[in-house]
Design a binder for this molecule. Structure first.
Ligand SMILES: Cc1ncc(COP(=O)(O)O)c(C=O)c1O
Length: 307
């Protein structure tokens, strides 16, 4: 994928993504070392876990003669944004099935997607709920179409995410990342070395389902120890965040020179420090935090007057 994308007008891919050492007084207090795997810098439009998750979908499409990628998302979806950019740059047609009414949702995310040639089909919430139902999906099926599940989380996402482990030049004691559908976590479980631990911060409320999702996406995960999902740092639920969280994120960003947004990367970083404060992470740990991208979401939050 890299070769075709790097010649694209919207930017070049940076791989391996940079690894940034973070310095902060709290890290000294808790006696840990922290690096950030800057996957947000992989590509200007296909950033973070989207690049990792889409890579093998795009290769699969090419190998199987698919000319059309179809997927699902909300009106501010990072995944829809990235898929549209990937289609634009690889010459594949794209369709986004968007939850909501066309009139109610016109924003930077969807304007970019349209600009990159994505067809947008708006469906009501009730229909959208059926996005995994084969009977409902049948209407979109065609020989030239690859249907990519919401968020890009399918077994094809696993190898792309697993590859990031080999890009870090040492073996961390702990990986930390945000999680929602569990696809990125499943890929990291597949790629990590036996001794390495993973702490996934659920960014949504009621994340008990994520473990089963991880098993569905990567069945071997059931017999791989060393990972856990922290469920109590959602701060109200998916895409919700308190003024206190956002203030903390902005302070941390300024102190460490690390751009963060409050829905995924910022919430997960906040969660990591709550785990440190609760004494749930061993002093002396070398921690790599994965920045899964999503910075384009900040424009949407500003448009909604939420920041
Ligand atoms: C920027 C960003 N980070 C993290 C996630 C969570 O990843 P996953 O759904 O694979 O758990 C998503 C998407 O859901 C995302 O857009």
């Amino acid at each position: 994928m890299q070769a075709s994308l790097s010649s694209a007008p919207d930017g070049h891919a940076t791989l391996p993504s940079p690894l940034q050492r973070l310095h902060h007084p709290l890290l000294t207090r808790y006696g840990v070392e922290l690096w950030c795997k800057r996957d947000d810098l992989i590509h200007p439009a296909i950033s973070g876990n989207k690049w990792r998750k889409l890579k093998y979908h795009l290769l699969h499409a090419r190998e199987h003669g698919k000319q059309h990628l179809l997927s699902f998302g909300g009106a501010y979806s990072n995944h829809i944004h990235a898929l549209a950019a990937a289609g634009y740059q690889t010459g594949l047609r794209t369709t986004g099935i968007i939850r909501g009414e066309a009139d109610a949702v016109s924003n930077t995310t969807l304007r970019d997607a349209r600009r990159w040639g994505m067809d947008l089909v708006f469906v009501d919430r009730q229909s959208y709920r059926r996005r995994q139902d084969p009977d409902w999906l049948a209407q979109f099926d065609a020989p030239d179409t690859l249907i990519v599940p919401e968020g890009g989380s399918s077994p094809l996402a696993i190898p792309g995410v697993a590859e990031l482990v080999g890009e870090v030049p040492f073996s961390p004691d702990l990986w930390v990342l945000p999680c929602a559908s569990g696809g990125t976590l499943a890929g990291l479980i597949a790629g990590k070395r036996d001794r390495e631990q993973i702490l996934a911060i659920a960014v949504l409320k009621g994340g008990d389902f994520i473990t089963d999702e991880v098993y569905r996406l990567h069945p071997a995960a059931a017999s791989i120890p060393g990972w856990r999902i922290a469920l109590d740092h959602h701060d109200g639920g998916y895409a919700k965040f308190s003024p206190a969280l956002w203030q903390w994120v902005q302070n941390f960003s300024a102190d460490t020179d690390l751009p963060l947004e409050p829905i995924y990367s910022g919430k997960a970083m906040w969660g990591l420090f709550r785990e440190l404060a609760a004494g749930r992470i061993a002093p002396g740990s070398k921690i790599v935090f994965i920045h899964t991208g999503g910075m384009q979401g900040l424009a949407g939050l500003r448009e909604q007057g939420r920041l």
